[in-house]
Design a protein around this ligand. Structure first.
Ligand code: ZN
Length: 267
């Protein structure tokens, strides 16, 4: 728990680790030209950063009347417990809807259940969210670091990365680095789903909980559109067609099924 809090604090302060930086250039094929994501224009100093936070919040306060808080003053009602990587390129605004009172978020590098398990357990057993989302992403720096020799990192970082070794055992090292990296991201998501299934099998079997594994694909690695969230695992099922037939997909159109389910790794 100590290291989890440490990472969350660092993430909140905008601290950057070289080891976690995904630095590969990527192209945006076929998409209309848009303004680059905020923060991609260069280093932001602390005073400018605080100005952004305070002015941004001032704008938020002015745009949200007291009515906005009416239903959340005394309790929270999320439908989603989310274990997401701390990576600054991955955020709930990719869902489009307002995450307030909807998403109970646990953010740790490499989207690891074991590092934030107390918080996850609160989401499942106290908030009773029907979905637990294990949310990884392409070009994950934590997965990349775990694929390399990281013994010179601090003991805090080493202990965090050590948990990623089990999913990486499936890496046969036969492909180019980029392909292995993507597959290892997916394998890590699979592993996090597997760990959660160990912890919450009863809830899943009783139909109270669905554990979903997904990858935020902001480089279009899956060919389904840049920025697409690709679901790769539902309750341990990795077969694409079986996932599409799962009851949790009952409200999704055929087109969106095809766009939202995918896999690059067969194990
Ligand atoms: Zn990551």
């Amino acid at each position: 728990m100590r290291s989890y809090i440490f990472i969350v604090l660092l993430a909140a302060l905008g601290f950057s680790f070289q080891v976690f930086a995904g630095n590969e250039a990527h192209e945006n094929k076929g998409a209309a030209k848009q303004t680059p994501a905020a923060g991609s224009t260069g280093k932001i100093d602390a005073n400018v950063g605080l100005e952004m936070i305070i002015k941004g919040n001032d704008e938020f306060v002015k745009n949200h009347a007291e009515d906005y808080y009416l239903n959340i003053k005394n309790a929270q009602h999320p439908f989603l417990t989310m274990v997401c990587c701390s990576d600054s390129r991955v955020h709930t605004n990719a869902f489009s809807f307002d995450p307030v009172d909807k998403v109970f978020a646990i953010r740790v590098v490499g989207n690891q259940f074991i590092v934030g398990e107390g918080s996850v357990d609160y989401g499942i057993h106290h908030l009773n969210t029907p979905i637990l989302l294990m949310f990884g992403h392409v070009h994950c720096g934590a997965v990349k670091a775990a694929m390399s020799d990281y013994r010179k990192e601090s003991t805090f970082i080493i202990s965090e990365l050590d948990h990623l070794h089990i999913p990486l055992l499936l890496d046969d090292h036969n492909e180019d680095f980029e392909s292995r990296w993507l597959k290892n991201v997916e394998r890590n998501v699979d592993y996090q789903v597997e760990l959660a299934l160990h912890a919450y099998r009863d809830e899943v079997q009783k139909g109270k909980l669905t554990i979903i594994g997904a990858v935020d694909d902001f480089i279009n690695a899956y060919g389904k559109g840049v920025g697409r969230i690709v679901i790769t695992n539902v309750n341990g099922t990795k077969d694409v067609e079986a996932i599409k037939k799962h009851s949790v997909y009952s409200k999704i159109s055929k087109e969106l099924k095809s766009l939202s389910v995918g896999r690059v790794s067969d194990k």
